[in-house]
Ligand binder design. Structure first.
Ligand code: GRF
Length: 205
């Protein structure tokens, strides 16, 4: 059974999507070992507690990045976490953190990367006037919103959209994309060539 660690700072809808997928068997043979928030008031951490999950608050305020990261990594390792899922975690990870889990940290971003990295990606895309946006689940590396792409989902921008309706339709796809990406990574049935994740074809024996 694989153990997942979830890091979040806010609402936690992507965390809930992953937890639901585990509960209903869409992500088989996995459990959530720990949910960690750097924000005590994050609604996602309250939800984790309600679901009876191991939920920790590790405050980041006023701490040097690497000191906080060391506390978080220690908590993840205590729970034997094999895969770390960032789900609205509003902190950059230090290079040291990334090196602790090589190709074992995922992030979800609400745009089709490399377009619109950083904060408020849906608003950025809407203001730019793109006709298609979407979401990306990618491996985390040392750069912001940058590592190899695992899954992307496209979402058309409608003439009737505002940034809120667009963000809501992207969020629906985020929840689907995250489950797909977790399954791809847990299957270990892929290789990464340069920036490209290539799924291996299963050959019958
Ligand atoms: C999502 O839009 C995600 O793509 C971004 O932060 C938001 C988190 O939402 N990284 P939630 O907390 O998962 O509901």
């Amino acid at each position: 059974m694989k153990s997942l660690g979830i890091l979040l700072s806010g609402r936690g809808s992507n965390f809930v999507a992953i937890a639901d997928s585990i509960d209903n068997g869409r992500i088989p043979d996995a459990r959530i070992g720990v949910v960690i928030s750097n924000q005590a008031a994050a609604p996602g951490i309250a939800t984790a507690r309600q679901r009876g999950l191991n939920a920790l608050v590790i405050p980041s305020k006023g701490k040097p990045r690497e000191e906080h990261d060391r506390e978080v990594v220690a908590a993840l390792k205590r729970e034997n976490v094999q895969l770390v899922c960032l789900a609205g975690y509003m902190r950059l990870l230090s290079p040291w953190f990334v090196q602790q889990f090589p190709h074992r940290i995922l992030n979800i971003h609400p745009s089709l990367l490399p377009a619109f990295p950083g904060l408020e990606a849906q608003e950025q895309a809407f203001a730019y006037g793109v006709k298609v946006s979407g979401c990306t689940v990618h491996f985390v590396d040392e750069e912001l919103d940058h590592g190899a792409i695992i899954v992307q989902k496209a979402v058309p921008v409608l003439d009737s959209d505002d940034e809120h309706t667009l963000a809501a339709r992207i969020l629906e796809q985020e929840h689907i994309a995250y489950t797909e990406a977790v399954n791809i990574v847990l299957s270990e049935n892929f290789e990464i060539v340069g920036r490209k994740l290539i799924k291996r074809i299963l050959r019958e024996r």
